[in-house]
Write a protein that binds this ligand. Sequence first.
Ligand code: AMP
Length: 400
Amino acid sequence: MTMSKFSAYNFSGRKALIRVDFNVPLNDKYEITDDTRMRAAVPTIKKITGDGGSVILMSHLGRPKDGPTEKYSLKHLVAHLSKLLGGAPVAFANDCIGKEAEDAAAKLQPGQVLLLENLRFYKEEEKGNEQFAEKLAKLGDVYVNDAFGTAHRAHASTAIIAKFFAVDKRMFGLLMEGEVSSAEKVLHKSEKPFVAIIGGAKVSDKILIIENLLERATDIIIGGGMAYTFMKAAGGKIGKSLCEEDRLDTATDLIKKAEAKGVCIHLPSDSVIADKFAADAETSVAPSNNIPDGWLGLDIGPNACEQFANVIKRSKTILWNGPMGVFEMEKFQHGTKVVATAIAEATQKGSFSLVGGGDSVAAVNQFGFTEKVSYVSTGGGAMLEYFEGKVLPGIAAVQS
Ligand code: AMP
């Protein structure tokens, strides 16, 4: 394998301006409750400091509406970042542009790290303002985009800024490289059979991704709440299961398109049904197209588990987005676990598996499968848009 642009670059004596995604959840004492996104950036930071370069980190945090707000200050992250970097000091600038940021950046010595204040304290960030991007660009000699989670936004720091750096001085960081190459492998270089497993609550959220995958996948498994709209569209009885009445035609249309393209759509033959949407509901099993009145399907049933696992185990490329049932409740998590287990088995036998999108990532983490799949994406919305076939501004700006 050829070395990536980032790995091959020698950062010695350079100031690298890195767009990271440090949009971590904080509790009301400003403690970080999940540092996954911060940990994901550490290898990129360490490569640069290890080379003898210095690092300037910029990120957004939350959705501040009116400029600087204590709640959204990135200063709350400094101590933890220093800990993640093995105790290396982390300097902080109270502003992301202007004199304070420029002085702090100018003072940086090889191996040192500076964190800038929240980019979204300026409205210009989300507006993709050029002058703002240019002011940020002044702070570093090299631009590194390592924020896959915001790659689908054409913001100043994620996309617009790239044009102020020569082609050889703008690149992806290690996290972004991993995300982009995994996604490309699935979408453009997939080994067949290629199964896409799509679940979750709503058909409306997943129409574009299913349409795009019809061009590429061999099989599409549809589970979760969205399966019942398909069942009803085909004339099934679904009780009070989740259904988007205004998407019945879309579901019929997708099935027809799949038939025309020779893509096999798999719907759950049976379901675990419940008398109410609750963790302590009465449960039973019924055909997914014959659910009694007053009951609702909250997980795929035992036959569907077997049916889906078989398709997954014979696939060489696997994409998973969205749970098979209400996995947050113990009674309805079996289907999601079976799918995760089948993916792990296929992966162990050499298939490539990518898990992307908030809730399937949460399920994989919760059930302990993170290390057993080929890649777990950190970018929910960005990953979804990528698989919808859209050009992501954050990727395009660095590549063009
Ligand atoms: P999404 O964000 O669209 O991927 O949807 C994820 C959510 O869908 C999770 O919170 C699941 O609990 C929910 N979900 C999955 N299956 C069902 C179902 N059969 N009925 C209702 N909600 C479901």
